[in-house]
Write a protein of this length. Structure first.
Length: 68
């Protein structure tokens, strides 16, 4: 499952459930940005691997570097 931004993880989890109901094997969520508001923990509870390109902390740190 590919997601742009993960906050609580509920949206992607609904999509995972629907894909599984349709017969697909889904074992991972990949996101561009993790807002670090519970999504990773939810996926872990559901036995889904979670990979992200950036965390919100990464983006905030980069923003601060660019605006010093």
């Amino acid at each position: 499952m590919l997601e742009d931004v993960v906050t609580t993880g509920q949206s992607a989890l609904k999509a995972v459930d629907r894909l599984r109901e349709a017969g697909y094997k889904v074992d991972r969520v990949i996101a561009l940005v993790d807002r670090q508001q519970g999504g990773a923990e939810l996926y872990q509870q559901q036995n889904l691997q979670f990979d992200t390109m950036f965390s919100i902390a990464d983006l905030q740190a980069r923003w601060a570097q660019l605006h010093d």
